[in-house]
Design a protein around this ligand. Structure first.
Ligand code: CP
Ligand code: NVA
Length: 313
């Protein structure tokens, strides 16, 4: 069994397929225990700091509920509560929090900030979303996939929309590690970064899957087991709204797109929050193949598993 005690989770690039599967299986075990009213308090006497530069429903509540279920104290620190990076350097805040807390969650803009927190705090740091990455979301997505299909490796995963945002990046990394065929259907101007594609192709070679980048959504979704989308305008990019709405319109996931998979078993996934009528239609989001609320619930079980595995007693 892998041991990830003391490790940070900044990106799934740092994790092997075996370690990712271990976190998912631990999350499934903790979910079953919670449903059976068994609480083992793996985080008794621990304190965790939750830093949020950007808003959040799922991630914040998952860290809070996950920590409390396991006996830890969570401390929420919004950007207005602390002076991270403007009146105090990230390095200094990291060293102070590291003296008091057993683990630190960070959601914000820069991947560099979460890396600095990990480097200077001396305690495990968990990435709760940056402009570049969203690894804890991918853990919940794979947990949901495992619950629905019974396995992960070999499935066909198609992501439609903004191909260079944090979700597309994180999913491409996760799929490449786990041996899931990953296709991005996006306009050419929103394709994933070529350096990241190359990194993921090296993982894909090892795990035995393909990474495909295309601007043809109709061809992309054929044979898909999972169709995934995310908002067209991520947090912090609001000034790009008009441009995104016009170029991403052909990449909307609607009933016609879902029909083109030619499989009744294809599931629809979205990290949420969703803008109905933009990246996904209401009927698909509410349809029988949508698993978005299982995914949202699984954020809590997977985030709890990450805390238990990295700082648990
Ligand atoms: N999916 C997700 O990260 O949701 P929140 O922004 O609500 O945390
Ligand atoms: N790409 C989205 C994900 C939200 C969970 C954003 O960054 O706003």
């Amino acid at each position: 069994m892998p041991n990830i005690k003391g490790r940070s989770l900044l990106t799934l690039k740092d994790y092997s397929a075996e370690e990712i599967e271990y976190i998912i299986d631990l999350a499934i075990e903790l979910k079953n225990k919670k449903k059976a009213n068994i609480f083992e308090k793996h985080l008794a006497n621990k304190n965790v700091a939750l830093i949020f530069e950007k808003p959040s429903t799922r991630t914040r509540c998952s860290f809070t509920v996950g920590a409390v279920d396991e006996g830890a104290h969570p401390e929420y620190l919004s950007k207005n509560d602390i002076q991270l990076g403007y009146k105090e350097t990230v390095e200094d805040t990291a060293r102070v929090l590291g003296r008091m807390f057993d683990g630190i969650e960070f959601r914000g803009f820069s991947q560099e900030t979460v890396e600095k927190l990990a480097k200077y705090s001396g305690v495990p740091v968990w990435n709760g979303l940056t402009d570049e990455d969203h690894p804890t979301q991918v853990l919940a997505d794979f947990m949901t996939i495992k619950e629905k299909f019974g396995y992960i490796k070999g499935l066909n995963f198609v992501y439609c929309g903004d191909g260079r945002n944090n979700m597309s990046n994180a999913l491409m990394i996760g799929c490449a590690k786990m041996g899931v065929n990953y296709t991005v259907a996006s306009p050419k101007s929103l394709e994933p970064d070529s350096e990241l594609i190359n990194i993921c192709r090296t993982y894909a070679k090892e795990s035995g899957c393909d990474i495909t980048i295309t601007d043809d959504i109709k061809k992309a979704v054929k044979g898909a087991d999972i169709v995934y989308t995310d908002v067209w305008v991520s947090m912090g990019e609001e000034e790009k709204t008009q441009e995104r709405l016009s170029i991403l319109r052909p990449y909307q996931v609607n009933s016609e797109v879902m029909g083109l998979t030619e499989k009744d078993s294809t599931i629809f996934m979205h990290c949420l929050p969703a803008v109905r009528g933009n990246e996904v239609t209401n009927d698909v989001l509410e349809g029988k193949n949508s698993v978005v609320f299982d995914e949202a619930e699984n954020r809590m079980h997977t985030i709890k598993a990450v805390m238990v595995a990295t700082i648990g007693n």
